[in-house]
Design a protein around this ligand. Structure first.
Ligand code: TEU
Length: 508
C-alpha cells in the first residue's frame, strides 16, 4: 500500500529448515516440507521467508559449513524441489530469501580440498594460510567461535596454519583474492538467476580480515569486535555486492548479519545507501524485558540509523540464541506483549519459526546435544499437530520437541481464536493495513515507570502503542480505539486508560 521497495514493509519469517517440516519421515525437515506449509504461512500473512542454509554440507555447523554453494544437500531435497518451492511461494505472494555464507566454506568444499593439497596449488591463496609463530604455535591469539580454542588449525601436509573464525571445519575464505570475489559473486548470480528475492548474509562484517593479522584483545567476545576485521575493505566488498544485486530487476534485498554490538557501528554497513539494504541490529535482541532498556534501544536505533537514513530491522529470536519467550521468563503474557511491540516498531520485522506459537526452548538432555555452540534448544522441531509425533511421522526428530508441544502445536492454536498464533496473524494484518505502522515516523511518548509508549504517524494515519512491561496493572493517559490488545480485551472499544498486567495495545 505504501511506496518504496517491498522489503521496507515486510514481515520476514525465518525458517530453520532442519526443524520446520519433514516431508519424507527421516526426522529432519526439508524443502518439500516447507512447500507443503505455504498455505499456512500465507494464512499467517508473512511477506517473505528466509531459509537458513540448505546447501550441500557435511553439517559440522548444520549447514553453515557449505561444501557446494550451488546445490541442495540431499537431506533437504534437490534443486528441482527448490525451484518448485520458489515458484509456489511466489504464487502465494511470498518472497524467498536464501542464506549466503561468504565468510567461510566447509573444509570439504572442493576449493579448500585443493587449497590444502600443496603450497603452490592455484587455490592456495583462496583461504588464509600462515606459517607457525616462532614457537611453532598459531600465528596470532585469535579465538574461534564455539570451541573457544585457537582460530587457527595446523595442517600437517603443508606445515602451515589456516584461519577459521568458527569451527576448524569452516576455513575462512580470502576476500582479498579477486578470484574468490568473482567466484562468490557467481554464487549470488546462481541463486538470483533462479529467482530468489534476496540474501541474508552470514557474518558479513568480518569477510575481510585486518591485513597484519595482529593479536587482539577480548578473547571470547572477539566475534562482535571489529578489531580483527578491515572495515574499509569490507565496505568496498559490500558496495560491489550491492551493485550486483541492484543490476537485477525486482528489488532483490540483502540483509546482513552484522554482529557488532553498537547500533552506530551497524549503521556504517548500510553505506551511503550503496552497501547493505538492511542489517540486523542485535543490541535490542540482547536487551532484557525492561521498559527503560527498550526505550533506550529504540531511541538509539532511531537516532543512529536515522543519521544515515538507514531502514531499521527488528528481531527478537533466531537460531543462534535462546528464544525470547524463554529469555523473558517463559511468560506467555510477555511473549504476547513483545509481539505487539515487534510488529509495530519502525522497520522490517523478522520472525523466527515457532515464536508465533509462543514456543520456549527445548530442554535438551546431554545425550541429545548436537551443536558444539550450545544452540540446540532454540532449534527444536515445530509441533504441527496436537498428538505426538506432532506431524513428524517416521524417524524421531533430530532434536527433542519444545515444552508443551501438544498445547502449543499449530493444530491446537489454530482452533483457538484467542491464541498467540491468532494474535500474530492480527498483528501482521494490522501492520499491513496501516501506512503509519509501515512507514510512519516513530515518537516515544511519556509513560509511567514500566510502560513503553510510542506513536506512529504518517499523514492522517496514526497509531499509539502502549506496552506494559510489568506484572501489575498500569494506568496511562492515552486516547483511541483499541485496535489490537495482546490479551484480546476491549478491542473495537475506546481505551479505558488501564493496561492489564503484561498487556500491550495498539490504539487508532
Ligand atoms: O552466526 C555468527 C555469530 O556471530 C553468532 O553465532 C554469534 O556468535 C551468536 O549469535 C552469539 O549469540 C552465524 C550464524 O547465524 C550461525 O548459525 C553460524 O554458526 C555462524 O554464523 C557460522 O556460520
Amino acid at each position: 500500500m505504501t511506496n518504496g521497495p517491498w522489503w521496507k514493509n515486510a514481515v520476514v519469517y525465518q525458517i530453520y529448515p532442519r526443524s520446520f517440516a519433514d516431508s519424507n519421515g527421516d526426522g529432519v525437515g526439508d524443502l518439500e516440507g516447507i512447500r507443503q506449509r505455504l498455505d499456512h504461512l500465507a494464512w499467517l500473512g508473512v511477506d517473505a521467508i528466509w531459509i537458513s542454509p540448505f546447501f550441500k554440507s557435511p553439517m559440522a555447523d548444520f549447514g553453515y559449513d557449505v561444501s557446494d554453494y550451488c546445490d541442495v544437500d540431499p537431506l533437504f531435497g534437490t534443486l528441482d524441489d527448490f525451484d518448485a518451492l520458489v515458484s509456489e511461494a511466489h504464487a502465494h505472494g511470498i518472497k524467498v530469501i536464501v542464506d549466503w555464507v561468504p565468510n567461510h566454506s566447509s573444509d570439504q568444499h572442493a576449493w579448500f580440498v585443493e587449497s590444502r593439497s600443496s603450497r603452490d596449488n592455484p587455490k592456495r591463496d583462496w583461504y588464509i594460510w600462515r606459517d607457525p609463530a616462532p614457537d611453532g604455535g598459531p600465528p596470532n591469539n585469535w579465538i574461534g567461535a564455539f570451541l573457544e580454542g585457537s582460530a587457527w588449525t595446523f595442517d600437517e601436509t603443508t606445515g602451515q596454519y589456516y584461519l577459521h573464525l568458527f569451527l576448524p571445519e569452516q576455513p575462512d575464505l580470502n576476500w582479498r583474492n579477486p578470484d574468490v570475489i568473482e567466484a562468490m559473486h557467481d554464487t549470488l548470480r546462481f541463486w538470483l538467476d533462479r529467482g530468489v528475492d534476496g540474501f541474508r548474509m552470514d557474518v558479513v562484517m568480518g569477510i575481510v580480515k585486518r591485513a597484519d593479522l595482529a593479536d587482539v584483545e577480548g578473547g571470547l567476545v572477539q566475534m562482535a569486535d571489529e578489531s580483527r576485521y578491515d572495515p574499509p575493505a569490507v565496505h568496498e566488498r559490500l558496495r560491489a555486492i550491492r551493485t550486483l544485486l541492484d543490476s537485477y530487476p525486482g528489488d532483490r534485498v540483502s540483509v546482513g548479519e552484522v554482529f557488532v554490538l553498537s547500533t552506530a557501528r551497524v549503521a556504517e554497513y548500510y553505506g551511503n545507501n550503496d552497501e547493505l539494504h538492511l542489517s540486523f541490529n542485535f543490541p535490542p535482541l540482547f536487551a532484557p524485558w525492561d521498559a527503560d532498556k527498550w526505550r533506550h534501544r529504540i531511541e538509539r536505533t532511531e537516532t543512529e540509523l536515522g543519521r544515515v537514513s538507514a531502514w531499521p530491522t527488528w528481531v527478537l529470536s533466531n537460531h543462534d540464541n535462546a528464544r525470547h519467550r524463554t529469555r523473558y521468563g517463559s511468560s506467555e503474557g510477555r511473549a504476547r506483549a513483545a509481539a505487539v511491540m515487534l510488529l509495530t516498531l519502525r522497520g522490517t520485522t523478522f520472525l523466527y519459526e515457532g515464536e508465533e506459537l509462543g514456543l520456549d526452548d527445548a530442554i535438551v538432555p546431554a545425550e541429545r546435544v548436537v551443536d558444539p555452540g550450545g544452540r540446540d534448544g532454540c532449534r527444536a522441531p515445530i509441533p504441527w499437530t496436537a498428538d505426538a509425533p506432532h506431524g513428524w511421522n517416521g524417524a524421531e526428530p533430530w532434536l527433542p520437541f519444545p515444552p508443551a508441544a501438544g498445547d502449543r502445536s499449530v493444530e491446537t492454536l489454530l482452533a483457538d481464536e484467542a491464541s498467540i498464533l491468532h494474535l500474530y496473524r492480527h498483528l501482521i494484518a494490522a501492520k499491513h493495513a496501516s501506512a503509519a505502522l509501515q512507514t510512519g515516523d516513530l515518537t516515544l511518548l511519556a509513560a509511567p515507570d514500566g510502560v513503553l509508549a510510542y506513536e506512529r504517524v504518517l499523514d492522517e494515519d496514526a497509531r499509539t502503542v502502549l506496552v506494559n512491561f510489568t506484572g501489575e496493572p498500569q494506568s496511562i493517559d492515552a486516547q483511541g480505539i483499541v485496535d489490537v490488545s495482546s490479551i484480546g480485551t476491549g478491542e473495537g472499544e475506546p481505551f479505558s486508560g488501564l493496561l492489564a498486567p503484561d498487556e500491550a495495545v495498539i490504539l487508532s
